[in-house]
Design a protein around this ligand. Sequence first.
Ligand code: GUN
Ligand code: ZN
Length: 438
Amino acid sequence: MSSVVATTAVRGRFLDIQNTVAQAREIHDQVRYVEDGLLISQNGKIQWFGSWQEGQQHLPVGVEVQHYPEQLIVPGFIDTHIHFPQTEMVGAYGEQLLEWLNTYTFPTELQFSDKAYADQIAQFFVQELLKNGTTTALVFCTVHTESVDALFEAAGQHQMRLIAGKVMMDRHAPKDLCDTPDSAYTDSKALIEKWHGKGRNLYAITPRFAPTSTPEQLAKAGQLKAEYPDVYVHTHLSENKNEIAWVKDLFPEQQGYLDVYHHFGLTGSHSVFAHCVHLEDAEWDCMHQTDSAIAFCPTSNLFLGSGLFPLNKTWEKQVKVGLGTDIGAGTSFNQLQTLNEAYKVQQLQGDKLSAFESLYHATLGGAKALSLDDKLGNFNLGKEADFVVLDLKATALQALRQQRAKGIEDALFALMTMGDDRNIHATYIFGQKAYVQN
Ligand code: GUN
Ligand code: ZN
């Protein structure tokens, strides 16, 4: 690749959050809005960012400037919890978590032993991420190693930074979806060696949730984590009340649900727990003390009737949190839609979710939850150049509302309330345009 091809210059209206914060009220001071800005990326990383006026002199000769005068450019959206094999089963009717798994999810996931099928859905899935402005995701595959290969191969075509792993599951599921403690260990280890740190890929040890792993298997997961400390751990926690009661039955020796994972060495700075709707106080403390992170999945929690996640407690208890779509229990790949529902979850608890806090969770906060805030989440120099070009007026109603917007915060809030994939004009990955709306 010649140096001119490896350099990209984009001009437009930029909005990001400059630094991570300890409290929501501090976000406002970290908002950076550049009305006529320029971003230059070199070999996938941000080499220069600032005003167009100042930036022109830094433009290498021969580099074409891609100009978006009407749009708004924000850092790529980060999805901290999603299942790629559940893409085809969004909108499965009528059940809550445990029945939903048996009725819809397990039959769907059985198909992924077939590599050609896994390839087909992985391609669709990655396209859907791009189409929704999501540039990084933490992803569940299935128990089949083929599903992991399929996903990393599809993401690699766009040099997308993706974290994923093979599901570990050795009980309470159909026989053909079960591995064993030993095979889960051996297969996961081989996948770590094959994919972790290769290109932009990262691996996550992925026990589905405590009820579908024996203590022997969780011990193997912990052994693997001890052998590969910088690998992620990704699982579900305290999503549904029947699920929590079941875990207490299955693991009577542990203090509670989170203590099961903690006991087996699965908490830590690279551990992400999806949902956490019903955590007890001691569990919030354990999340904080171990620097573990939560994936808040509003569309899923509403769709499965799981409950209202107390987002404000993450600030109070100093626990990292990102936003998850949780496809296919969640109902949209789109982070604007996800934030729309997050706002309502807050309203139902008498709390607010500002547009800037929303942007934080979808970008820099999500990056922090994934311990990737040194690489992703805003336009700081040296970070990876993943960003989204947003169209604020994708429909007649949006245009009318945006014409009356009182400043950038109000415009952003209206976008988050009404927006969806029609608002994603283009998605850039590692400095390259990976998607543009037709
Ligand atoms: N808990 C265990 N497995 C799953 C799953 O596939 N989706 C959700 N939402 N929760 C789970
Ligand atoms: Zn999930």
